[in-house]
Design a protein around this ligand. Sequence first.
Ligand code: BG6
Length: 478
Amino acid sequence: IPVNPFDLVVFGGTGDLARRKILPGLFRRFCAGQMPQDAQVIGAARSEMDAEGYRQMVRDAIHEFDGRRPEECPELEGFLSRLSYVQVDAQGEGGWQELKELLRKDTVKAFYFSVAPSLFGDIAERLKNNGLAKRDARIVVEKPFGRDLASAQALNKSLAAYFHEDQIYRIDHYLGKETVQNLMAVRFGNMLFEPLWNSQYIDHIQITVAETVSVGGRGGYYDKSGAMRDMVQNHLMQLLCLIAMEPPSKFEPGAVRDEKLKVIRALEPVEPHHIVRGQYDAQGDEGSYRDHAENPRSRTESFVALKCHISNWRWAGTPIYLRTGKRLRARTSEIAVVFKETPHSIFDDDAGRHRNILTIRLQPNEGMELGVTIKEPGPGGMRLVDVPLDMSFSDALGPDAEEVPDAYERLIMDVIRGNQTLFMRGDEVEAAWAWTDPIIEGWEARNDVPKLYDPMSSGPEDSLMLMHRDGRKWREIR
Ligand code: BG6
């Protein structure tokens, strides 16, 4: 279903995110017939360029990042005709009048701030001064949303001076992933799981986001952030909220975000010995983290594993383990809900070793798997084995299922529709920083040195110990 006609202005329209994600994503929605023929996308950036030059840049970006050959994109020229460009000075007056003239009456207006957070306030102010911050305009902002509580509060304040909260769309692209939304469908669309979804039946939960990539060319940014700020404070925290929240009364922005906020606020401070920081280390061509960060003494972590607790009735006594890192053995993101053993075994063979595990795979091969215990087939008596009830979404829905949109595509369309459910509210982001700040401050105060780990491994040994000490085990990264 096409969305309403819109004018989308992409500040930072020549930047990396715009070329990799935003513009190819819009193109795919155009091909899917969801972007109306008269929609307009305006790139806005510092570089001097005319509309034709911009279209050529976007044409190249689509070929490079969409992965399709030119002859496979018959709609490309139609899409490009919807693009224009304006040279804008985010901190000066140049270009704003021209931008205003390009915007049409009676369309949805959305302004995507694909720029450094230090420019958010400047752009918001100029939108206001030029009469563009109308009550129905929307702004989209990207992470990193601050680097601690104080800076996030300052950013929220600078946006709130010109826009209401219901106009601000803070992107966490993990919320746009298909399986992440499926998590809510599975929890709240089935009777089967919710009665068991508490500490009486669940032993623990593991959330893993493992990447094989190094920090590569992003060393400058990453070295000032580390895995805690880059991944845990946002993506892993969002997954944790969705897995642990109470059922919202309705699938709508206020209700969902209220419940997520309650989870973050109920998180207990993490004990220092319940966290492991790591940094990948390799000799030779592969390079160590320190080579990539171009800082031979860097103590920034490229890996974090931690154990946390949510203090409420549902989760008291059920730990949640989070783990994320770069240069690990495989690219895999999953949430594993590990159920308790049965209270009593009636089988000689079963020394209480069997547990049900519900695994929600975010990537690759999105889907779910439920491990169940059955009798081993054959005449050998009552021997038990664990087998997976496996459901890959692409297999289950078949080849005719609609192509799953990428997270950015979905989220941009939600902005145009005016649906904030999958975006972070200001108080959520602040609460997440309030929880991570003491962890990071503790590391800084102790001058904490990350444990080194080999690329292609599962991270530092200490991360395995974090689980072993509790008589538990991480699921394999594969
Ligand atoms: C980004 C982080 O937000 O998410 C990156 O800044 C990380 O460091 C990326 O690689 C992971 O996203 P995805 O969708 O590839 O899992």
